[in-house]
Structures are given as structure tokens and as C-alpha cells.
Design a protein. Structure first.
Length: 250
């Protein structure tokens, strides 16, 4: 298999005497969706926060594209081709979908010292925003204010904003949270399309979606990796069934 875009070794994070994440080693590859699952409190969001630079690890390492990025700030890791979404939708509600994506695309320009040049004249930025919205399934909603979008569309917009930064790796923290069946199906279809051109690390509680999407699964319990492998291997793992999946996914 080609070199991993993302790789961790022994990643650990302590909060006082509590190890929220302990000795986690995993990777993600282009064209692969690697899902991280586990019960609440398993350390999944803490893990993704360390991968994105929102939280420094206590020990262990993170590499992106073969480069050690351990301890770098979130904006530095983002500029290395990492896009990230959050559990709680993180968009500018007063701006249109297009304006949200244009702001994200502007962050990739070599200089931001163009205070008196209207953003509407930045052809490359505008095009990047349009392409991202189209890729996320929002081509017909560009001029709609974000607050008027449905919950599912706001989640799509957040992904569009990450795409506008032209990432290679997507870190997605529960993108299906709070969705109904129709919106969930749309998001699953979107992720199936995006994984063809990206590496995706997905944290998600919707097990039907996870098993429909994942090429590889890592199960975390109490901050540690309980099991990691192909979906069929995880589904058949007795320890995983007992700790998390339950009989409905045997």
C-alpha cells in the first residue's frame, strides 16, 4: 500500500491524571475511509483534536505526508492539506453558502495583505468556492444564507468549506449527527464520492453508515484501541461486540 497520508505512533493525551487517549497508533491512506468508533467518552474527539492541531499530544507522534507535525498549531497543519469538520456545525450563519466557502478558499492565498481589493475580484478564490460547493452537493444553494439552510445542508456546507482549502486529508467528526434518514443517505453518498479523491478519517456513531462506508475500522474504548481491522473483522470480533456493537451488528 502507498505511504500513509496520516500516521500516528503511540499518541497519548493526559488531562491531569486521566489518560483521555492512550498509545493510539493508526493511519489513513488516499482513497480510503478509516472510521474510528467507540462509546461516548472513548477518546475519539480528543484523538481528532490532536490530529488537527487543536490539542497538543502529551506524547507520541503525528505525521502528515511523511512529515512530523506533532505539536504544530491547527493553522499550520491545515496548510499541509488537512481539512476538518466539528461535532457542532461550524459555519458563519449570517453569510451565504458561497461567502462561507470563499472565506475558506481565501485562507489558501499566499498573502492576505490585500485589504482594499474586493473579494469578488479574486477569480481563483471565487472559482475554488464554486467548485467546493458543487462537490458538496450545494451548487443550487450558493446564494442562500447559511442560517436558512437545513441542518443537513449546513453539514454539507461545512464539508464544502474544508474542500475549498483543497485538502488531501479530511478529518470528519460525526458529520451525520442529528440527521434524519434522508439527510443521512445524502451524506453517505457524498462521503462515498469524496473518498475517491481524498483520505478520510471519520469519527461517527451511526453504525449503519460506518459499515456502509469504512474501508478500515478502529474501535476505541476508554481511550485505547480495542481492535483495528477490516469491517468484517471488526463485526466478528467478540470483544468489540461485547464492548460496543451489540448483537444487532453481529
Amino acid at each position: 500500500m502507498a505511504d500513509a497520508i496520516l500516521a500516528t505512533q503511540g499518541l497519548t493525551r493526559h488531562f491531569g491524571g486521566l489518560a483521555a487517549v492512550s498509545n493510539v497508533t493508526l493511519d489513513a491512506h488516499m482513497g480510503q475511509l478509516h472510521a474510528v468508533i467507540g462509546p461516548n467518552g472513548a477518546g475519539k474527539s480528543t484523538l481528532i483534536n490532536m490530529l488537527s492541531g487543536d490539542l497538543p499530544p502529551s506524547s507520541g507522534s503525528v505525521s502528515i505526508g511523511g512529515r512530523d507535525v506533532t505539536g504544530l498549531a491547527a493553522h499550520q497543519i491545515s496548510r499541509m492539506g488537512v481539512g476538518r469538520s466539528y461535532q457542532k456545525t461550524n459555519v458563519f450563519l449570517a453569510f451565504t453558502a458561497f461567502e462561507n466557502c470563499r472565506l475558506a478558499a481565501q485562507s489558501r492565498r499566499k498573502t492576505s495583505m490585500q485589504f482594499f481589493r474586493p473579494a469578488a475580484r479574486l477569480a481563483d478564490v471565487n472559482r475554488a468556492a464554486e467548485v467546493a460547493l458543487e462537490a458538496a452537493g450545494l451548487a443550487g444553494r450558493m446564494d442562500v444564507v447559511a442560517s436558512a439552510l437545513s441542518h443537513g445542508e449546513q453539514r454539507q456546507l461545512e464539508i464544502a468549506m474544508t474542500l475549498a482549502t483543497q485538502p488531501k486529508l479530511l478529518l470528519l467528526d460525526e458529520p451525520l449527527a442529528g440527521m434524519g434518514a434522508e439527510e443521512s443517505a445524502s451524506m453517505v453518498a457524498l462521503l462515498k464520492k469524496l473518498v475517491q479523491t481524498h483520505a478520510i478519517l471519520l469519527v461517527e456513531h451511526d453504525m449503519d453508515a460506518v459499515f456502509a462506508l469504512a474501508d478500515r475500522l478502529t474501535v476505541m474504548v476508554n481511550g485505547q484501541v480495542l481492535a483495528s481491522g477490516l469491517p468484517a473483522e471488526i463485526r466478528a470480533n467478540a470483544e468489540v461486540q461485547e464492548a460496543y456493537l451489540g448483537e444487532s451488528h453481529e
